[in-house]
Design a protein around this ligand. Structure first.
Ligand SMILES: Cc1cc2nc3c(=O)[nH]c(=O)nc-3n(C[C@H](O)[C@H](O)[C@H](O)COP(=O)(O)OP(=O)(O)OC[C@H]3O[C@@H](n4cnc5c(N)ncnc54)[C@H](O)[C@@H]3O)c2cc1C
Length: 463
């Protein structure tokens, strides 16, 4: 039987806002509290990724709350990776050989604002901004907040607490502080950080480069990427090591060396960045890391989204995974007759392998994007996979497609099958066993057989 218990959601970012909306639709009483100002009224984008790759798993969560039409209005389709070499040549590598499979560039603040507008329409929701959670009492299901304007302290009690307060979650830290609670936790930083820059629209007011692609400048250890925005600018992100190599974040410390770096390593991108030197020194450099922990629930609290599983951004799946969390939690809640306590436990147990899988896949993709995308063998593999997806749309999906477009299978299944296929194709290419004289059907059979052997081999090893 559906209840109307009181739920406190800490953090009104992407995950917290979608969750609040779904639980409000189920008639729970919701208090949603956010540390920062209301992003619909203040410009608070600095330091956060301005746009994001949004794809089918994220759309599942959006469809659940009935907002797909409004969200589509914010999307710019990206059909593939546009690879830029050091001579300025471009080559499009499509995301899928099937028609109609693409990802989207979406504005973080636009999407968050749309969700908050939808949340606010519900009478059973209260939203508070500028309230930073400073303490959580997990025994009493209460939390204390400090007002960022006048430092006043305020406490809230509820029947349940959700921590959707992002990678640095206060709720997760409180779980870590519990005695007699076997809470496993790891946080691993990359040696690379990121900095956001931009391409403004061209002089004629158009996009400065091809709009329908995610642009990548792979340079071995480091890379630049760019995603389009609705205002015809691009948000450009530099992923660079903090130290080591000729250029790094620590030694790019004056305008001359920044100019030298971009002119020599990213010459075509450099020409599109008139504000490079200003932006480079005004915009923050931020670290990238992976958080894994378990269980995600203690007493009447649950962590979700980045609070439970922050990942590096190289699969473009962090937000998508957080939205899929809401979808999965909702399914479990309904299946368990709206028993929130039971749903916390089931969700924590069943969702964890998928969160681990996408965390690992995102790290794999870091290496693939910055260097493999430019290597011959990976280009050959991509060519074969696109041809197979086109010719046999129902029988073959690359690892990328399994993760990004096959939202009906879990991240764990996508990872296992996708890794097996990758291993099979790369091994066959290295040993000259895949070649032009074979028909595509023969290639498909060969890849499937070897993949199957690899997967069965893994099964034997696991037992
Ligand atoms: C550079 C970069 C690029 C990315 N690109 C992509 C992409 O292309 N596609 C994709 O799917 N994902 C991407 N991600 C990941 C994505 O940003 C996150 O997975 C997503 O934002 C997670 O949503 P969340 O609501 O769990 O956390 P957050 O978005 O971090 O939201 C947490 C909210 O909690 C609030 N909060 C924090 N602490 C407190 C507190 N103490 N009290 C109250 N409120 C608090 C914060 O202010 C924030 O509003 C990227 C991430 C980065 C860093």
């Amino acid at each position: 039987m559906k209840s109307r218990e009181h739920i406190l959601i800490i953090g009104a970012g992407l995950c917290g806002s979608l969750l609040a909306l779904r639980l409000a639709q189920h008639d729970y009483k919701i208090t949603l509290i956010e540390k920062r100002a209301d992003l619909r009224k203040a410009d608070i984008s600095a330091g956060r990724s301005i746009n994001l790759a949004f794809s089918d798993r994220g759309m599942k969560g959006i469809k659940l709350v009935g907002l797909e039409k409004s969200v589509q209005g914010l999307c710019i389709p990206m059909y593939g990776r546009m690879l830029h070499d050091q001579q300025g040549e471009m080559q499009l590598s499509k995301y899928s050989g099937r028609e109609g499979e693409y990802i989207n560039s979406i504005s973080r603040s636009g999407l968050n604002a749309l969700l908050l507008d939808a949340v606010e329409k519900h009478d059973n929701v209260e939203i508070h901004f500028n309230q930073s959670c400073t303490d959580v009492n997990l025994e009493k299901t209460s939390a204390t907040f400090e007002d960022s304007e006048n430092q006043a302290q305020r406490s809230f009690n509820a029947d349940y607490i959700f921590g959707t307060d992002g990678a640095g979650s206060v709720v997760r830290k409180e779980m870590q502080n519990q005695k007699n609670f076997l809470f496993s936790h790891s946080q691993n930083f990359l040696t690379h950080g990121y900095k956001e820059l931009s391409f403004p629209p061209s002089e004629s007011g158009e996009y400065a480069t091809e709009k329908g692609a995610l642009h990548i400048w792979p340079r071995g250890e480091n890379m630049l990427i760019a995603l389009p925005n609705l205002d015809k600018s691009f948000t450009v992100t530099l992923f660079l090591a903090y130290e080591g190599g000729k250029y790094n974040f620590n030694n790019l410390n004056n305008p001359e060396i920044v100019e030298e770096y971009f002119k020599s390593i990213y010459p075509d991108a450099y020409k599109l960045m008139p504000e490079l030197k200003t932006e480079f020194f005004e915009n923050p450099t931020a670290p990238l890391g992976t958080v894994k922990c378990s269980p995600w629930t203690f007493k009447n609290a649950l962590i979700m989204g980045d609070a439970a599983h922050a990942i590096v951004p190289f699969y473009g799946q962090g937000m998508n995974a957080s939205f899929e969390d809401v979808f999965e939690f909702d399914k479990i809640l309904v299946e368990n007759n709206f028993d929130v306590s039971k749903s916390f436990k089931v969700f924590s147990e069943t969702r964890k392998p998928d969160a681990d899988a996408i965390a690992d896949l995102a790290l794999d993709n870091f290496h693939e994007m910055k260097s493999h995308t430019a290597q011959d063998i990976f280009l050959q593999k991509r060519k074969i996979e696109l041809a197979l997806e086109k010719e046999f749309p129902k029988q073959y999906s690359s690892k990328y497609s399994l993760v990004t477009f096959e939202e009906q299978i879990s991240y764990k299944t996508a990872m296992d099958r996708g890794r097996g296929q990758d291993k099979a194709i790369l091994g066959l290419l290295k040993n000259n066993k895949l070649h032009d004289k074979q028909s595509l059907k023969e290639q498909l059979e060969l890849i499937r057989n070897v993949t199957q052997q690899i997967l069965e081999g893994d099964v034997i090893l696991e037992h």
